[in-house]
Design a binder for this molecule. Sequence first.
Ligand code: ZN
Length: 263
Amino acid sequence: MSGRCRGGTLTVRILLVSDVHANLEALEACLAVIPEHDLLVNLGDVVGYNASPNEVCERLQAMKGLIVRGNHDRACSGLTDLNEFNPIAALSAYWTRNTLSPDNLEWLRELRPGPLRRDGLPGVEFVHGSPRDEDEYLLNPSAAEISLRLPNHLGRIFFGHTHVQGGFVLENGKTRPVALRFERSTGVAKLKVPLGSGARYLINPGSVGQPRDGDWRAAFALYDDSPGSVTFYRVPYELQQAQERIYAAGLPERLAVRLGHGR
Ligand code: ZN
């Protein structure tokens, strides 16, 4: 990782992707528009649900960066059984396990669980679910507040797992969601959110491959540590092609339909 020198201080831009979920079309659309950055961090769930697990593993292996293991990476590579999954997620995990090459299975098995930190990045931590549990869903301020009040909270924690772009902030004793209001646009949409220096944050870049916040477009984010901001992105992609791959693979129809609704 290299940073930039701005006004005498070293600053770092971190490209954050999460929950790609074997959606090659969504990943390619994001990679075509990613901004300049110093480090790539993937917050987990490389595979599961969608129909291009090998292609997505290989695309991500070719890019240098840090990857946190997700619960689907763990289950699809056979590290845990599938009892915790609903029937559709379990079906897709079985299909993924049988479709992955031996090399890609091995690569997934070796991904490290969070929380992960990186030398030279004080105050920053990367997790899949939450700092307490890689399977925990931080879906509302009361769930988030427990993690935001942990004594060892570093200030800026980046998480995935919920497939909901945004996150939570603890400021002046209160926890609230990080509100995102994108302008309506037909192309790539961007929204820059400044981060307060006295606040604690949990930031979710959103899901590349299966958004669940009502917006079908692929999501990612860029964190800039000086003065402290996150720019959230939404990127249209070849949705129909991703859906056709799901049908052709014989995966449940619901997985294709939900991509169109962003749910
Ligand atoms: Zn996920």
